[in-house]
Design a binder for this molecule. Structure first.
Ligand code: AMP
Length: 191
């Protein structure tokens, strides 16, 4: 199995590139943000609780997202591999993911870390906010809060994978095509 973590701050292009990698390598794309937005759309109790946190740019509890990931792994037993987008966002989530994958006799092959500076992120997210229905992309102070939460709670996840020699830095400020080529070059090395 080829299991990849697509890592980086909000607005670094994880969703777009995860879709591209999914298509090229026939992977199952799991985005915890998308799963949570579906819960909100379906007006489930979980979705209504999560929305309060998401609207402020705060993380939802680890147990909630780990439970979602566990069900997705179980629902895709014959997958060629997974691409995780927006997960893990805390070291506790990274540890839980390792445990779930070990149970299935597999592991994370690599964490691909997209690097984009804060001003470029804010610009991209405000642009996305103007053209999509995401409430958390419309307000600059919420965007900056998400970047702060990323720095404080999520960045240690990159160190977690680096300690296992499983993190690769990818410059993410080029065009979608340029960044995709850089990602593919790394994935080819893993195959
Ligand atoms: P995203 O679509 O990845 O930008 O996620 C949107 C929002 O969903 C985040 O700002 C968090 O509130 C929540 N979220 C998504 N994934 C996670 C996660 N792995 N852990 C905690 N909260 C998450």
């Amino acid at each position: 199995m080829l299991n990849l973590v697509l890592f980086g701050p909000p607005g670094s292009g994880k969703g777009t590139q995860a879709d591209n990698l999914k298509a090229k390598y026939n992977l199952v794309h799991i985005s915890t943000g998308d799963l949570l937005r579906q819960e909100i759309k379906d007006q489930t109790a979980l979705g209504l609780e999560a929305k309060k946190l998401m609207d402020q740019g705060l993380l939802v509890p680890d147990a909630v997202v780990i439970g979602m990931i566990s069900s997705k792994l179980d629902a895709n037993k014959n997958a060629a591999g997974f691409i995780f987008d927006g997960f893990p966002r805390t070291v506790a989530q990274a540890e839980a993911l390792d445990a779930l994958l070990t149970e299935k006799g597999t592991a994370i092959a690599q964490c691909l870390f997209l690097h984009v500076g804060e001003e470029a992120l804010v610009k991209r997210l405000l642009h996305r906010g103007a053209t999509s229905s995401r409430a958390d992309d419309r307000d600059e102070s919420i965007i900056r809060n998400r970047v702060k939460v990323y720095r404080e709670q999520t960045l240690p996840v990159a160190d977690y994978y680096a300690a296992e020699n499983k993190s690769t830095d990818i410059p993410g400020e080029g065009t979608i095509e340029e960044t995709f080529e850089l990602l593919v070059a790394q994935v080819e090395k893993l195959k």
